[in-house]
Design a protein around this ligand. Structure first.
Ligand code: NAP
Length: 237
């Protein structure tokens, strides 16, 4: 590993002579990561012949500044556990180690500067997030830096989504892939844990063990700090 890649904690990706390398960046909050995410990354890897997929938990998600999101270290740890068995998957601290609000354009710019021009960037995320692409920070620059892969659940209105992205006038290159396993959602997993229900087979055993061991998504003074917040409000803080 070069000094540069050690400093920014990115895997080395040294293209063989003349070969274009394709790097997938799997962006999400991953609170928690689940089998839907893993299926998306694997199918995107196969369909677009990606050499590597970087799973990049957002440090402080841009559109969730008012929402309670679990600690970045917990989301990263679960991402490491869930991706460990796939040699093409790499869990990255890149966004969680960057202070401030996480803007995808900053990530793409840094990756573009880090890797040689022979490495192409593909940003993969949920189609619902992609729908709002135009409102993301520096949208035009993002369109220049990467191809976007929008993962949809069955029944998703792709034509409507395509029209909306096209109407933006920004030349985004968006590819849509339908993933039945995306019927699984992080929100549903959190709700089930909170309700004391089983989440077995929705995510890996290792992630379930981590959630249990660390008391994530439980009511009370948990990762969401519910009690602490209410107490703070009572004291006018
Ligand atoms: P979100 O609103 O929580 O997710 C929207 C939908 O997409 C949900 O149904 C979600 O399901 C799904 N989803 C999220 N990540 C996915 C993935 N990698 N693969 C498949 N489905 C996925 O979106 P978010 O997690 O906050 O943001 C997604 C990515 O877009 C992050 O990398 C974030 O940094 C980036 N983003 C950037 C900006 C900006 O730069 N201004 C703004 C918004 C988002 P689950 O809940 O089950 O994951």
């Amino acid at each position: 590993m070069s000094d540069a890649s050690r400093a920014v904690k990115l895997p080395s990706l040294d293209p063989a002579a003349g070969r274009i390398m394709r790097l997938g960046i799997m962006g999400g909050t991953f609170d928690p990561i689940h089998y839907g995410h893993l299926a998306v990354a694997e199918q995107a890897r196969e369909a677009l012949r990606l050499d590597l997929v970087l799973f990049m938990p957002a440090g402080s998600p841009a559109f969730k500044q008012d929402a309670r999101v679990s600690d970045a270290e917990d989301r990263y740890a679960m991402t490491v556990l869930a991706t460990a068995a796939n040699p093409a998957f790499y869990a990255s601290r890149f966004e969680i180690d960057r202070p401030g609000v996480t803007y995808t354009v900053d990530t793409l710019r840094a990756l573009r500067a880090h890797y040689p021009a022979s490495v192409e960037l593909f940003f993969i995320t949920g189609a619902d997030a992609i729908l709002d692409l135009l409102t993301w920070h520096d949208a035009a620059d993002m369109a220049r830096l990467a191809t976007f892969i929008a993962a949809t659940r069955p029944g998703y209105d792709i034509v409507q989504a395509q029209r909306r992205v096209e109407a933006s006038g920004v030349g985004f290159d968006v590819r849509y892939i339908e993933i039945p396993a995306l019927a699984i959602s992080s929100t549903n997993i959190r709700d089930r844990v909170r309700g004391g229900k089983s989440v077995r087979y929705l995510t890996s055993e290792s992630v379930i063990g981590y959630i249990q061991k660390n008391g994530l998504y439980r009511p009370g003074p948990d990762a969401f700090g519910t009690d602490a917040l209410e107490e703070g409000e009572q004291h006018g803080r």
